[in-house]
Design a protein around this ligand. Structure first.
Ligand SMILES: [Zn+2]
Length: 281
């Protein structure tokens, strides 16, 4: 279990192709009332800030998007002290101009998943006997505005002009979209499609964490191109090409996030007026 010596303030959840983040790390195993997270937490320091890194799919990409224990992942991060989360992920571009290598910092989310535990506050007794109340969380703006501003500025600082805003569609996976699905998403005006942004963002909000997605386009989604469609090999290849500069942007963003105690965004007030029924870690 984590203890006071293993605390962190900022969490980074690494996606496909980003399985390590820091070099000098302390590995800690954390258990939660919701089971085990995807992997150990790897704690270290970046720019004077204490960071906890969690590989979302586990080391070696063992866990597909629909089987990730999202509740355990976010709970584990909060339990070691994390209050702000940066979440890089691989996505498909839904517009021809959003080709491989495009960085999108979305400001909206569309949930097309089917089978995921997406709340801590469902009124169902936990294995440890605690009973959460039913809570309906405000989610009109699913991402932290302060975190988004920091992330876009960090990308610009590395000469990587990001797409500032747009909707991330989250599909169930593990398959990629059909051409018809992809064309439909694009016709709605949505920007990129991925498999892990939900329920990560809402669970972060339910834990009053600031959550910012950095979506790296690794391919044009099925409807946006005329070739064979998306392949996992291509996704991993493009991610590998961009992982160096993505890590630089993440490092800069970590250093620039608000200090704890100076957060004044909507995320902090996520529970105003609610009795949660359970204690947050
Ligand atoms: Zn926030």
């Amino acid at each position: 279990m984590a203890n006071a010596n293993t605390n962190a303030e900022i969490g980074v959840i690494g996606g496909s192709g980003l399985y390590s983040f820091l070099e000098d790390v302390t590995e800690v195993t954390v258990d939660t009332p919701y089971g085990s997270p995807s992997d150990s937490l790897f704690l270290g320091e970046v720019g004077g800030r204490k960071v906890a890194f969690l590989p979302r799919h586990g080391r070696g990409h063992r866990i597909p998007p629909h089987r990730i224990n999202y509740r355990a992942n976010l709970w584990a991060l909060r339990s070691v002290g994390v209050r702000q989360v940066l979440s890089p992920c691989a996505v498909g571009g839904l517009r021809p101009e959003y080709g491989p290598g495009t960085l999108v910092v979305p400001d909206q989310l569309v949930d097309r998943t089917k089978s995921r535990a997406e709340t801590y506050f469902d009124g169902v007794p936990r294995p440890d006997g605690a009973v959460p109340n039913v809570v309906h969380t405000t989610f009109a703006d699913p991402y932290c505005p302060a975190g988004r501003a920091v992330a876009t500025k960090a990308a610009r600082g590395r000469d990587w002009e990001p797409v500032d805003g747009g909707a991330l569609v989250v599909i169930e996976g593990p398959r990629f979209s059909t051409r018809a699905e992809s064309r439909w998403f694009a016709s709605e005006g949505w920007s990129v499609v991925g498999m892990t942004g939900h329920p990560e963002a809402i669970l972060a909000r339910e834990l009053a964490l600031c959550y910012t997605a950095l979506a790296l386009v690794t391919d044009l989604d099925a409807g946006a191109e005329t070739g064979e469609g998306v392949s996992h090999t291509e996704v991993m290849r493009v991610f590998g090409e961009n992982v160096g500069r993505l890590r630089e942007v993440l490092f800069d963003a970590v250093a620039a996030l608000p200090a704890e105690g100076e957060r004044d965004c909507l995320c902090v007030a996520a529970h105003d007026g609610w009795n949660l029924g359970i204690d947050l870690p």
